[in-house]
Design a protein around this ligand. Structure first.
Ligand SMILES: Nc1ncnc2c1ncn2[C@@H]1O[C@H](COP(=O)(O)OP(=O)(O)OP(=O)(O)O)[C@@H](O)[C@H]1O
Length: 411
């Protein structure tokens, strides 16, 4: 905090007046907000963070806030979908982690589509953009979306961005199984490694943020791979390349390009790969976080209507470790023979049925116990699950389409 002291009361009044005049010039500044607090996200500090750090700042900036402390999962989503009087507000703020942001996004986007008669089950439906922006006060375990848009996970910095009305357009993709809408995603869709980590971590929620470390180690030791067919529609050449090291910043040139309307490309431009994968990751943003400051795809763009599709094929445990370690240092994580990356507008995945084996133990082995059971194949399923922004999808066969920026988080 910075505190100015001045003995001259008149001078103080002048300072206050000038500061208020400057604030009044910021026309995008919200005046009325709807705030949802998840009291159980991360280290369960959401309520305290809001009351002690954020609410006093909103009061000083003359922002009125209606606060709802959630009582169950999907409380915020359902309230936004049906009850909330959206005309009253300039924005919606979520206090929590990525899961909370996802709830608010789903509530808001679904409400706008329903009000405008858009059928979300149609994969080709054009979504109606949301005029209300979403603010994030980080109070979760990973807070990847906040870090990816603001560059830091600090509640006071986020509150300041909200107060001055900053915003950052953000791509939203829709995920379907056949013609059934499953979810929207803004950051990571991960099958294989990240799907398995999330599935395992759900069993140990009581551990708090440490559950991801434990499940990460267990999943790494299990070293499962999954067979499937991935089909994707590459983005046009002027959309840059995942390895071009051009970082997305506000006013980004790549994000200004409008998608091509070439329908021939939509039909004939698809590539198809059938292989055994340890991980399939679609990063719609860098997915940077304090542990991985570069993220899964350092040059991914926030609002260009594409995702960086990273395919990690079957490899040795040591090679996979080398790939993972490069997320934490300056090394190029795509510079391995078993890793490829494509910038794409749409993709589909179809899993293939086969017997699941551990790479370290391809021949059927006697039942293991203790530590060795952790190191061998964990699941009896032939499929992994999709980790969709921190939520498990019910289907492994999915179709994914990137819609460009239909929502703007207040940074
Ligand atoms: N009152 C509540 N009781 C139980 N669950 C809740 C409640 N409110 C929200 N949730 C759910 O808790 C889940 C996790 O919340 P959140 O994203 O805030 O924290 P996190 O999982 O610790 O952080 P991150 O998503 O960044 O890893 C969300 O999916 C949300 O639906």
């Amino acid at each position: 905090d910075v505190t100015f002291h001045c003995a001259n009361e008149e001078l103080c009044e002048q300072w206050i007046q000038v500061a208020n005049e400057q604030l009044a010039l910021l026309t995008n500044r919200p005046k009325s907000l709807l705030v949802y607090i998840n009291p159980f996200g991360g280290k369960q500090c959401g309520k305290r963070i809001y009351e002690q750090k954020v609410a006093p700042m909103f009061r000083r900036a003359s922002i009125s806030a209606d606060v709802i402390v959630t009582e169950r999962a999907n409380h915020a989503r359902d309230h936004l979908k049906t009850e909330a009087n959206l005309d009253k507000y300039d924005g919606v703020v979520c206090v929590g982690g990525d899961g909370m942001f996802s709830e608010v996004l789903h509530g808001l986007v679904t409400r706008i589509q329903t009000d405008n008669g858009v059928d979300q089950n149609q994969p080709d439906a054009e979504l109606v953009p949301c005029s209300l922006r979403i603010g994030i006060i980080p109070a979760g375990s990973t807070d990847c979306i906040c870090f990816g848009t603001v560059g830091t996970n600090d509640p006071v910095t986020s509150a300041l961005h909200i107060i001055v009305g900053d915003s950052q357009p953000m791509d939203v993709c829709s995920v379907h199984h056949d013609d059934i809408f499953l979810r929207y995603s803004v950051s990571l869709l991960g099958y294989g490694f990240y799907g398995d980590v999330l599935t395992d971590s759900e069993r140990t929620r009581w551990l708090g943020p440490a559950r991801y470390d434990l499940s990460g180690v267990k999943t790494f030791l299990s070293h499962n791979y999954y067979e499937g067919t991935i089909s994707f529609l590459p983005a046009e050449n002027n959309m840059g390349d995942p390895r071009d090291k051009l970082q997305c910043r506000s006013g980004c040139r790549v994000c200004q390009h409008k998608p091509s309307k070439d329908t021939r490309w939509e039909i004939s431009g698809w590539s198809v790969i059938r292989a055994e994968f340890i991980a399939i990751n679609a990063a719609s943003m860098s997915c940077a976080c304090p542990r991985s400051p570069k993220g899964l795809s350092p040059a991914a763009h926030l609002a260009d209507g594409t995702t960086d599709l990273i395919l990690v094929r079957k490899c040795s445990r040591l090679d996979f470790l080398r790939h993972l370690v490069r997320h934490t240092n300056k090394g190029d994580q795509f510079d391995h023979s078993f890793v490829e990356v494509h910038r794409v507008r749409k993709f589909c995945f179809q899993p293939w049925h086969h017997e699941l084996v551990s790479l370290e133990d391809p021949i059927e082995s006697p039942k293991k116990t203790g530590f060795s059971s952790i190191c061998s194949a964990q699941t009896t399923s032939n499929y992994s699950s999709w980790n969709c922004d921190g939520e498990i999808l019910p289907d492994a066969a999915i179709q994914v389409r990137y819609h460009g920026s239909i929502t703007s988080p207040m940074q």
